[in-house]
Design a protein around this ligand. Structure first.
Ligand code: GAL
Length: 661
């Protein structure tokens, strides 16, 4: 990661959104200029889906319209985050290169008419993407309006075509070296799957029944590497002509196809889009989960919220409005956790096309609307926070996240269909959020010693290196909570033998799991401390750990369910079932106390979010977001950047950013 920043160029935090002027005409552009000034917009993303306009036929570029918009924006004091349009190849491209259209596992070749319709492994697509990125960079690389390069949009499309198959084989040779090693890794002795030539090896296409788990996992890894390579090609083409920072926008948590740790290492600044899946307090908690994840991907450096919605969250099949004040709370929630600004999708709500009903900063109703008024207030608030650009967030608690573990829980033939990845991760984060502590996400192979408490949910796959790293963390004084169904397979998807979880982690936990006993849907299992579990249980033996709670019924009666082991100067906790939410919350709060991890503001009631950003020179700003419906007195009043006055209480839904010394 380089130190290229955008806020220096903007002179404060970023505020704005995706700007698609090609959907409108001149009178609207003039109004846009005036409204952007009114709302305090200083950064817009341009060109994300403009390939058909920029290159109307293969090799013929038309930049005149974009020249004019960049000049206009620059004259209006608005900087540009210029996108490469490669997430949406035009129809001429798919007719000229039908082999570059993506193929689903069942062999269906998709066609144009939507977006994100390309195969990243197809040479024609990769060449065309590199060419247009290079042409844009050559023309605009040192344009005075340019603050940031935005490669592509939310890389996500998978493909199972012949190009993907060929590239997969090359990747597999690199990983395994020989066909014998691949056969061994994938366990092809079972079900007569042994490969005798490389040509027989395929992406995991539709099969009669369970696919080979090693093949499924390796394909995920391969596709992630292929995506990172595609990003790097565009980034390097841009860097040949421009010294401005380069990024691509991630999308969490629905972003299933990439090892985000690996992609984030390639970005000059990590950027991400956030659309919560449910309203109210859950949306605020989800924003915090998102923000903590994005910040962690960038190693704690400031990041940028590239997209959020003004008045909609998706609840499966409908868009729900945000309540008055919620746009500001969500925006501040992201900035509190390290975003150096907040952008939206999109500036002006489309009047036609596939996202006509997606919200925007200027809604269909126009500027005389609640939404635009709130947007203007949010713009004013963000402008008042300029002094904290570049500051960071300190945490003493981490939740572990690993793409391999996530993909491992997506293969066929697992012992329970109720084992989840993101659900468990976000539940761990939520329990810590409810307890008022700020959380990092960390990879299980990261250096963890600076954390007082580390929570490890859902690491069904645990590499040898991760198991040793977690053992070392406990030995060195850390408090580690390992949750059910952990460390069951190694990084080839081979079951751990001799008991779970993986050695040497077992040594730090002082237990040995002998048998998995998944529960039926809806079944609950009682523990001796009055708590309950669902989804899963385990028959485990103590090998030095003390039993904190035992199972009470059936075959598992009196055998350990929740254990603690003092090991080295730390302690390893193990919980072998999925505790009910309230019981899990109580366990997490107890561990925070044991580990000495303080909430951000001990004097505040639940439902008031508190996070602090720290500058390297010792200045601090405490963000307080009242998600409650009542007024909350502040135990320690201070100067509030948002109002410019000392605040003593937060009204229902109110926010403050207190300058602390
Ligand atoms: C994002 C995407 C935008 C827009 C938005 C609407 O994921 O990057 O282009 O589609 O969703 O929700």
């Amino acid at each position: 990661m380089t130190t290229r920043t955008i806020t220096g160029r903007l002179g404060g935090l970023a505020f704005g959104g995706d700007y698609n002027p090609e959907q409108w005409d001149e009178p609207v552009w003039k109004e846009d200029d005036a409204l952007m000034r009114r709302a305090g917009v200083n950064l817009v993303t341009v060109g994300v889906f403009s390939w058909a306009l920029l290159e109307p036929e293969e090799g013929r570029y038309d930049f005149a319209w974009l020249d004019a918009h960049l000049e206009r924006l620059h004259a209006n004091g608005v900087a540009v985050d210029l996108a490469t349009p490669t997430a949406s190849p035009p129809p001429w491209f798919s007719l000229a290169h039908p082999d570059a259209l993506p193929v689903t596992p069942d062999g269906t070749r998709l066609t144009h008419g939507s977006r994100d319709t390309y195969c990243l492994a197809a040479p024609a697509y990769r060449n065309a993407a590199r060419r247009i990125a290079s042409a844009l960079a050559e023309r605009y690389g040192d344009h005075p309006a340019l603050a940031l390069w935005h490669v592509h949009n939310e890389y996500a499309t998978l493909c199972h075509c012949e190009h993907a198959a060929a590239a997969f084989r090359v990747w597999l040779r690199g990983r395994h070296g020989s066909l014998d090693a691949l056969n061994e890794a994938w366990g092809t002795s079972f079900w007569s799957q042994r490969y005798t030539t490389w040509e027989q090896v395929l992406p995991p296409r539709a099969t009669q029944w369970h696919k080979n788990p090693g093949q499924s996992l390796d394909f995920r890894r391969f596709w992630s590497d292929e995506t990172v390579a595609a990003y790097r090609e565009q980034r390097d083409a841009i860097r040949a002509h421009s010294d401005r920072p380069v990024t691509t926008n991630l999308m969490l948590p629905a972003y299933q196809n990439l090892d985000l740790w690996a992609l984030a290492r390639e970005l000059d600044v990590v950027t991400s889009d956030h659309y919560p899946g449910s309203p109210g307090l859950d949306a605020a908690a989800d924003a915090a989960f998102h923000a903590d994840r994005v910040r962690s991907l960038g190693g704690g450096s400031p990041w940028l919220l590239m997209e959020q919605g003004t008045n909609t969250v998706y609840d499966s099949d409908r868009v729900l409005g945000k309540e008055p004040g919620e746009i500001l709370r969500h925006t501040l929630g992201h900035i509190a956790r390290g975003s150096d600004g907040a952008l939206f999708f999109q500036w002006r709500q489309s009047r036609a096309g596939a996202e006509t009903w997606h919200s925007a900063m200027v809604p269909h109703a126009g500027p005389n609307s609640r939404i635009f008024r709130e947007v203007t207030q949010v713009g004013e608030a963000v402008a008042r926070l300029g002094e904290l650009a570049g500051s960071t967030v300190d945490t003493s608690v981490a939740v572990l996240h690993d793409a391999d573990a996530w993909w491992a829980l997506g293969v066929d033939g697992l012992p329970s269909a109720d084992l989840g990845y993101h659900g468990e991760l976000s539940r761990a984060h939520r329990a810590l959020w409810d307890a008022g502590v700020t959380v990092d996400l960390a990879h299980p192979e990261h250096e963890l010693s600076r954390y007082a408490l580390v929570v490890a949910p859902s690491l069904f796959l645990l590499s040898d290196a991760s198991a040793e790293n977690l053992r070392r963390y406990v030995a060195g004084g850390g408090t580690l909570l390992v949750q059910h169904a952990n460390g069951c397979v190694d990084d080839r998807m081979h079951a751990r033998l001799g008991g779970y979880p993986a050695e040497p982690l077992r040594e730090a936990l002082g237990i040995r799991v002998e048998e998995h006993r998944p529960l039926r849907t809806g079944e609950r299992i009682a523990l001796s401390d009055g708590s309950y579990g669902t989804v899963w249980s385990e028959s485990l033996r103590s090998e030095g750990a003390e039993t904190r709670a035992a199972y009470t019924h059936g075959m598992l009666a009196d055998s350990p369910a929740l254990t603690r082991h003092r090991y080295g100067t730390g302690q390893g906790w193990y919980v072998s079932t999925r505790l009910d939410d309230a019981d899990y919350g109580a366990l997490v709060r107890g561990l925070l106390q044991e580990a000495g991890a303080e909430p951000e503001s001990p004097g505040l009631p639940g439902g008031v979010e508190a996070v602090t950003r720290h500058a390297s020179d010792g200045r601090r700003w405490q963000f307080l977001l009242n998600h409650r419906a009542d007024t909350v007195p502040l135990p320690d009043p201070a100067h509030d950047l948002l109002t410019g006055a000392t605040v003593h209480e937060l009204p229902p839904g109110g926010c403050a950013v207190l300058r602390r010394t």
